[in-house]
Design a protein around this ligand. Structure first.
Ligand SMILES: NC(=O)c1ccc[n+]([C@@H]2O[C@H](COP(=O)([O-])OP(=O)(O)OC[C@H]3O[C@@H](n4cnc5c(N)ncnc54)[C@H](OP(=O)(O)O)[C@@H]3O)[C@@H](O)[C@H]2O)c1
Length: 437
């Protein structure tokens, strides 16, 4: 009987894939429930200690699910949170999900297979799956939504319990196989390599909802948009989306090399936050310095501030947004408890908008932009799955730019391109802008 992995790697036809037996176990990056207290009060929670790569049992497939052979995946910041067991151990999410009963109970295990971005090949489809079948090359939208929740018909992020795949669910993408709902699948952009295709979905679709969606900041032509971490995972896509929509991206970064990269990506103005002087952004003096620098470079205040850094930047974000402007936030890397001067918010009628993830439809729009070459991946580095601890450590320490890719079943970089003409049209220079950064 042919081996399923060999069949995937040789590009076997759908029928052949379906005939290969599914292995009983597979290689996966995971955390262990037994480790959740391992860091105690240690300040530096080194994720290399809590991330393990080893064999785990293959789960059963629910009727609405697919089994994906993962060629490549990516590290997201949620991988860092999971491996630090902060702000809560993700095992709590798995236990809560299991209380729904039925197929959800499978997720509550003493190990958690992480990972929320993947590119791969469908190798099995459950009996209720209609649109996808073995052999389909796919990327995976990272939100698992309950279609029986009535709010899934308006905005999936309003459902009672939208779950982040491979963070709030088990069987994620940092592995040789992953389980996803059929309603998470999208066609892999054919001009991208596996690792390029795997690195965009979560961050690009989160940025899209924050900036473009009616639930986000609803950016319009000419808007000045201040983007924290302009060459980070979210920021690298935000800059491109602002440019695409006729806005004026103003990037904030932390080094001269990143200033250069931000400009090459499309930022019209760039601020190195390390150059803001003593005290940085803490308190009104720092906020004013930032505001003055934005005015000096672009002549006006931001219509939108793209926030995810949280505690250390939020006061400045609320301050620098223009009268009637919007601070849109999806995270708090530097701390959850934000302080800002509310007078700047109410007197100047600004808005703070919370945003989380994206709907399948928003992700689909983003996947279309990637397929058209209107968005390019911001992949900077690629590691093999066995070195996922080192890759995640680099993200934890902020040493990476853009996205960090992981080769799972793909034996090397550069594979998976099916449309070389599209690649040539978009240009290697744009597609590889972040490589080595
Ligand atoms: N809710 C959601 O759906 C969602 C989705 C994705 C991500 N997130 C969250 O959003 C946050 C960022 O995610 P990401 O993937 O973009 O992470 P990332 O790739 O690590 O990028 C974050 C960027 O923030 C900048 N930064 C770091 N410390 C900073 C500070 N003290 N002040 C200002 N900027 C700082 C860094 O750029 P410089 O050092 O160059 O300034 C870095 O490039 C994370 O907390 C993540 O959990 C939420």
């Amino acid at each position: 009987m042919p081996d399923l992995i060999d069949a995937v790697l040789s590009g076997a036809a759908a029928g052949d894939l379906a005939r290969c037996p599914v292995p009983g176990s597979y290689r996966a990056a995971h955390t262990r429930k037994a480790d959740v207290t391992m860091f105690g009060a240690v300040a530096d929670k080194d994720v290399r200690r809590s991330l393990h790569v080893g064999e785990v049992p293959m789960p059963d497939l629910a009727p609405d699910e697919v089994l994906v052979a993962v060629l490549a995946a990516a590290v997201n910041y949620n991988t860092v949170w999971s491996a630090m067991f902060e702000p809560v151990p993700t095992f709590d999410f798995l236990a809560r999900q299991a209380r729904r009963g039925g197929w959800a109970a499978r997720h509550d295990l003493p190990y958690h297979v992480l990972g929320s971005d993947a590119a791969g090949v469908v190798v099995r489809a459950g009996a209720a799956v209609r649109r996808w079948s073995p052999g389909d090359k796919v990327v995976v939208h990272p939100a698992c939504i309950d279609p029986e929740d009535p709010y899934s018909q308006s905005d999936a992020m309003f459902t009672e319990d939208p779950l982040a795949w491979g963070f709030e669910t088990n069987f994620g993408s940092l592995a040789d196989f992953a389980v996803a709902k059929a309603s998470q699948l999208m066609p892999k952009p054919p001009h991208l390599t596996w690792e390029e295709a795997a690195c965009s979905t979560l961050c690009a679709s989160t940025s899209y909802r924050m900036l473009v969606s009616p639930r986000g900041a609803v950016m319009k032509q000419g808007d000045v948009v201040l983007i924290w971490g302009a060459v980070g995972g979210l920021g690298g896509y935000a800059v491109q989306l602002v440019r695409n929509g006729g806005g004026i991206p103003v990037g904030v970064v932390s080094s001269p090399a990143r200033e250069e990269l931000a400009r090459a990506l499309g930022c019209e103005a760039v601020i190195n936050r390390e150059s803001l002087g003593a005290g940085g952004l803490a308190g009104p003096k720092g906020w004013r310095r930032l505001g003055e620098e934005i005015r000096r470079q672009v002549g006006e205040d931001p219509h939108i501030v793209f926030e995810h850094s949280g505690q250390e930047t939020f006061g400045a974000s609320v301050y620098v947004a223009r009268r009637g402007g919007t601070v849109v936030t999806c995270g708090s890397s530097t701390g959850y408890h934000h302080e800002y001067d509310n007078r700047h918010l109410w007197m100047k009628v600004k808005r703070i908008v919370g945003s989380h993830g994206a709907t399948y439809q928003e992700s689909w729009e983003v996947n279309r932009l990637l397929t058209l070459g209107m968005l390019v991946p911001v992949l900077s580095a690629v590691y093999p799955l066995d070195e996922v601890g080192e890759a995640t450590r680099a993200v934890q320490q902020g040493r990476h730019a853009g996205k960090t890719g992981i080769l799972c079943l793909a034996p090397r970089e550069g594979l998976g391109i099916e449309d070389q003409a599209a690649r040539d049209r978009i240009g290697e220079g744009r597609l590889r802008l972040f490589r080595g950064a």
